[in-house]
Design a protein around this ligand. Structure first.
Ligand code: MN
Length: 223
């Protein structure tokens, strides 16, 4: 089965005024779709991989045939990253972190405000295009990461909990070149309950536990 563009889990105008309906249409219908289309093109000659969720391919880049590694890293990353990103956005004015998540953020970063400040700085300072991430590793440690392009923490053995797109296409229609303004506004559309659920559900994985290439080839994958 070719990969398909998942519909947004809300209306195009649901995130206004933080993100306009016009910006959401462009980002989802054009940019995200382009990653899906290019991933399908790349995998057209490799039907044995087409049933694997893109997340499983990203966990195992080194196990892929050489000609697939870069297209899966870029376009599979673009597809997986955007799919998760839409899920973790919510109409402005939602609740802050639930107590269980707030406790973990305090444990890792001192307090929630310090986490927010350091996360924002990571996004503002990331050179060029990429994403800022909050991840959890196999030992349960939280970490803020800035990764270039469409690189995924999954390829580094970490589970993504929260992410923000700092490619210009993510904010230019509404914020032009003002990335700090975009990041400042973005905090108001974070689905903190969704982040807390991801932390609860995060199953530590190690390279040894990651599915082997032959399992991917058989389509014999969990979940
Ligand atoms: Mn994007």
């Amino acid at each position: 089965m070719p990969y398909e563009l998942p519909p947004l889990p809300y209306a195009y105008d649901a995130l206004e005024p933080v993100l306009s309906a016009e910006a959401m249409r462009l980002h989802h219908d054009r940019h995200h779709k382009a990653y899906v289309d290019k991933l399908n093109e790349a995998l057209a000659g490799h039907p044995e991989f087409r049933d694997a969720p893109p997340e499983e391919l990203l966990k195992n880049l080194a196990a892929l045939p050489e000609d697939l590694r870069t297209p899966v890293r870029n376009h599979g990353g673009g597809h997986a990253n955007h799919s998760l990103y839409w899920e973790l956005l919510i109409a402005p004015g939602g609740e802050g972190p639930p107590p269980s998540l707030a406790r973990e953020l305090e444990r890792a970063f001192g307090d929630v405000e310090t986490f927010r400040r350091r996360f924002t700085e990571t996004g503002v300072k990331l050179f060029g295009s990429g994403w800022a991430w909050l991840t959890v590793d196999a030992g349960g440690r939280l970490e803020i990461m800035g990764l270039p392009n469409q690189d995924s923490p999954l390829s580094l053995g970490k589970t993504p909990l929260l992410l923000v797109d700092v490619w210009e296409h993510a904010y230019y229609p509404d914020y032009q070149n003002r990335r700090p303004d975009w990041l400042s506004a973005w905090w108001d559309i974070v689905d903190w309950a969704g982040v807390a659920e991801r932390l609860d559900a995060a199953e530590p994985f190690t390279a040894a536990q990651a599915p082997a290439a032959d399992a991917i080839a058989r389509g014999d994958l969990p979940g």
